[in-house]
Design a protein around this ligand. Structure first.
Ligand SMILES: *Cc1c(COP(=O)(O)O)cnc(C)c1O
Length: 490
């Protein structure tokens, strides 16, 4: 490129109509792809020869928009993770709302920064946070923020918990100035993102008390009370109880009302990890499982799991605004608020003062537009249907002589394994792992796995609005067929 052209160039397309044509093509292609996703394999291995594409160095010369899009089609589109497929039930993963993907496109095009300022994107996020409060039964005057996921939502909630309960200026003096060691309580089933946060907050995982669970995978309340009493007697400082609004392993809810009572009595912060389970509250039929959740001092939940929205959006709510802002607010000269104009506060806190991120994308738009497009009742119905799909699979499992249910099915997660008199007990773990690997490799279905009571479990977690009962029938047939193959020595 000649120097002169370089100085006059920018990153807009050379010809807007060419970009328009490619953009239309992208939309047509991706709609066809999504509409027919059920005909594809759920997952397949990336061909070895294709992997070299991902080792190529940074392109210095232009390949053109068409070329870049072609590479997307040739190497990316054809190798999906699979989680938008109707037979994907691994981990806890939403499968996306197609309309919301286009909202993301609009958000990226407007490209505002929601760190602060008086502009409309912040009004959209504030409204989405207000809607989130209504969805989970939280008071209107509470505070909140959209973040990238449940891990970040838990981190924010637990950071506020630590600062609010430390009893001294921990932001200035640091954890080492604590007069007594702080302790945190959660069940053995609590998600790893919580202890990751406790580690990063300087409290240390050794000071997190993992309370045992009962046969329903709910926290043992007496053991919790005993642990708190023992820590107090030893001179430690209990600061936070973490309750599960659905555990990742089995979908169990702790007795959140009992936890809220204990937290209140002992003057301990009550945080609820409701990553997916919090939204069960939307179901008129099953919502009662979340009772007590609304009493939490902080509550974390994903919108990219059981609201099915595209990845990268979760919500954290903090009951008291003061606790929230005092944990994160900073005021360097270049971020001070002006009395009027774009840099004013608009009468509200800046989101950059309520979390770790300053530059923040417009993740709120896809939530705002999807709720307007489909209405909350429709999301509630999807959640309720997912729970009923899980109950259907539970029935299939219990009715199958060679399948064994490994845990209750309180919500949307079914854990089971294949058993047969010919398979020795100590070979069942490997046998079931092999079934799962073949299900994945054949692109038939993607369950994930966990260990329950020391047993390898096939784990089907349904946050998938595309799954039908026929898909679950196919899973059970697939498990039986693969088991026969393995037993037959193939
Ligand atoms: C998924 C999950 C998390 C973590 O959320 P991410 O969105 O993956 O960061 C936390 N807690 C529970 C119970 C979860 O299921």
């Amino acid at each position: 490129m000649k120097t002169e052209t370089r100085l006059n160039s920018n990153l807009d397309p050379e010809n807007w109509d060419d970009l328009r044509a490619i953009a239309h093509q992208m939309i047509d292609d991706i709609i066809d792809y999504t509409a027919n996703i059920g005909d594809e394999l759920v997952w397949k291995p990336i061909p070895e020869e294709m992997k070299s594409v991902f080792a190529q160095p940074v392109p210095t010369a232009a390949r053109g928009e068409q070329g870049a899009y072609q590479d997307f089609k040739d190497y990316v589109l054809c190798n999906p993770m699979g989680n938008i497929h109707p037979r994907f039930w691994g981990w806890v993963m939403g499968n996306g709302v197609p309309f919301a993907a286009f909202a993301d496109m609009l958000a990226s095009t407007l490209n505002p920064n929601l760190g602060g300022g008086d502009h409309v994107a912040n009004y959209v996020e504030r409204q989405v946070v207000d809607w989130c409060k209504q969805m989970v039964g939280y008071p209107a005057e509470s505070s909140g923020l959209l973040v990238s996921g449940g891990s970040m939502a838990n981190f924010i909630g637990l950071a506020v918990a630590r600062n609010a309960k430390a009893g001294f200026d921990i932001r200035s003096q640091g954890v080492s100035a604590a007069p007594a060691q702080m302790t945190v309580y959660a069940s053995t089933q609590t998600h790893s993102s919580n202890y990751k946060a406790i580690e990063q907050l300087g409290i240390g995982k050794d000071w997190m008390r993992f309370i045992p669970v009962d046969e329903h995978y709910q926290m043992d309340i007496q053991a919790l009370e005993a642990a708190i009493a023992a820590d107090k007697a030893a001179g430690y400082h209990p600061i936070c109880i973490i309750g599960n609004a659905a555990t990742t392993n089995t979908g169990a809810f702790d007795d959140l009302t009992a936890l809220a009572d204990i937290a209140e009595r002992e003057d301990i912060w009550f945080h609820v990890d409701g990553a997916f389970g919090a939204l069960a509250r939307l179901s008129p039929k099953y919502g009662d499982v979340t009772a007590g959740m609304e009493r939490a001092d902080s509550l974390a939940f994903d919108l990219h799991k059981w609201m099915y929205l595209p990845m990268g959006v979760a919500c954290v709510l903090i009951r008291k605004f003061e606790d929230h802002i005092s944990t994160f607010t900073v005021s360097p000269d270049y971020l001070s608020h002006m009395p009027r104009g774009l840099a004013s506060s608009g009468g509200h806190a800046w989101f950059g003062d309520l979390g770790l991120e300053l530059t923040r994308g417009f993740r709120a738009l896809k939530v705002w537009m999807s709720l307007k497009a489909y209405g909350l009742d429709h999301f509630a119905l999807q959640i309720e249907q997912d729970i009923e799909k899980a109950k259907y699979l539970e029935k299939l499992v219990t009715a199958s002589p060679h399948l064994e249910l490994l845990a209750d099915v309180p919500l949307n997660i079914v854990c089971f394994r294949y058993i047969h008199p010919d398979i020795p007990a100590d070979e069942l773990d490997d046998f079931n792992q092999e079934i799962m690997l073949r299900l994945h490799e054949r692109g038939l279905a993607v369950p994930s796995y966990t260990k329950l009571n020391g047993h390898f479990a096939l784990r089907v977690s349904i946050t998938n609005h595309r799954t039908t009962r026929a898909d679950l029938d196919l899973l059970v047939e697939g498990v039986y067929a693969i088991a026969d193959e393995i037993r037959g020595g193939n």
